[in-house]
Design a protein around this ligand. Structure first.
Ligand code: KG4
Ligand code: ZN
Length: 398
């Protein structure tokens, strides 16, 4: 049931629930390959998961289900698409789609019966990769909306979403044309995607043409940051806290951690050995002063950065890249940003980073990806509500 989609002047609803942020956005696509952001909302579950020291999938699913209807209500209001009025549809189909998800059944179905069909033309939803129970909430919500409002769905890859996040201008909420000029990019580019779940180098041959050229064999960078944070007594997610501590740290000769796979002559990464080296170092002494903690954080960040810069540099050289995209939660790290900026300056190449608020998971990157697909017309393949499922291990380029 795949069909090619329309291209211009559409209202797109974006839904993202792959991990621990419930996010909804509504955008309008413009005549000239651009968008206006009508609403962009995120509810973070960080506080809920902090007690567990990481994301707990069953809890993430429950929180997503709880957050979706309030977010949808607010997003429709902000986009001036909220209109109270009776709407009838076959509830049995919705019950079938939602299966055992009682929370969504109890909130979503009555809500949809009470509002008129909004002026939406497409629903873009993250189909993967991510935590399966979390992804299913977004996907099933999209399926119900698609059925009830008779709108098609565009399944979006979360990692492509991170890549698209660099397209948003600095003042994206207040711009009539929120996207950078799509024609201003020269291909091929290299994308370094660094998040809590992924560390990948991608060859971007064009928009929508991606090839994974290297990735981590074990831990993702964000995961390593979070684990080191935990070892240093910091609350989940430790990434930003490790990075903050590192700013006060000094490089010391007695704290040097390994640079895993630095000379492997390929684009693969490995961070679990580095994490273990940090653990052994910490365990060696009973207590550590605040300065020690800052110095450990600094040494860890230094090791990670050196590996990221080295591998990204060789990917740029090998593939003759004309620009570097860095995205994903860890792209918010200013030390890593600066090191990568220095590196691309050697080659006189542009560096594209998302705005700070869009480094972490959000749904504007998902709706923006849908818009991008609609601009590259032939490839915008939407599906019906009965033809999409969550894909926890989805990979770019497949
Ligand atoms: O992309 P993201 O929001 O979620 C995933 O798709 O995984 O990335 C979250 C990750 C977490 O591991 C978090 O600790 C890390 O990004 N992170 C950072 C920083 N800000 C967020 N890691 C290092 N330095 C930061 N400033
Ligand atoms: Zn992400």
């Amino acid at each position: 049931m795949i069909k090619l989609s329309y291209t211009r002047d559409m209202n797109i609803l974006g839904i993202e629930t792959s991990c621990d942020e419930t996010a909804l956005s509504i955008i309008n696509t413009k005549e000239k390959d651009n968008i206006e952001v009508l609403s962009n909302l995120v509810i973070s579950q960080i506080a809920t998961h902090a007690h567990y020291g990481g994301v707990f999938p069953a809890l993430a699913k429950r929180e997503h289900a709880k957050n979706i209807v309030p977010l949808l209500t607010q997003a429709l209001k902000e986009a001036h698409m909220y209109e109270v009025g009776e709407h009838s549809f076959d509830e049995a189909v919705c019950h079938e789609i939602l299966g055992k998800d009682q929370e969504l059944k109890d909130t979503l179905i009555p809500f949809l019966k009470s509002i008129k069909k909004p002026k939406l033309d497409m629903i873009a939803v993250t189909e993967g990769p991510g935590l399966a129970p979390a992804l299913w909430v977004g996907v099933n919500c999209a399926r119900v909306l698609s059925y009830v409002w008779d709108i098609d769905i565009l399944p979006v890859n979360h990692m492509e979403g991170h890549i698209s996040s660099i397209l948003l201008k600095e003042n994206y909420m207040n711009e009539k044309e929120a996207l950078l000029d799509l024609g201003s990019f020269t291909f091929p580019m290299i994308a370094l995607l660094i998040s809590g779940g992924h560390t990948q180098l991608i060859l971007v041959n064009n928009w929508m043409e991606y090839e994974i050229i290297g990735e981590t064999l074990d831990d993702a960078v964000g995961e390593a940051f979070d684990k080191v944070g935990r070892m240093l007594g910091m609350e989940y997610p430790g990434g930003p806290k490790v990075s903050q501590a590192a700013q006060q740290g000094k490089l010391r000769e007695d704290i040097i951690f390994p640079r895993p796979m630095l000379h492997s002559q390929d684009f693969r990464f490995s961070f679990s050995g580095l994490k273990t080296a940090v653990r052994y170092f910490i365990q060696d002494k009973e207590t550590h002063s605040e300065q020690d903690i800052a110095d450990i954080a600094r040494a860890f960040e230094e090791a990670v950065t050196e590996v990221l810069v080295h591998k990204t540099r060789s990917a740029i050289i090998t593939h003759g890249a004309q620009g570097l995209i860095v995205a994903g939660g860890v792209s918010a790290n200013t030390y890593i940003q600066k090191a990568l900026r220095r590196m691309v300056e050697e080659f006189d190449l542009p560096l594209y980073l998302p705005e700070k608020k869009l480094c972490g998971d959000n749904s504007l990157m998902i709706s923006t990806t849908a818009a991008l697909h609609s601009f590259v017309t032939e490839k915008c393949k939407t599906v019906r509500y009965d033809n999409i499922q969550a894909q926890a291990n989805l990979r770019l380029g497949h």
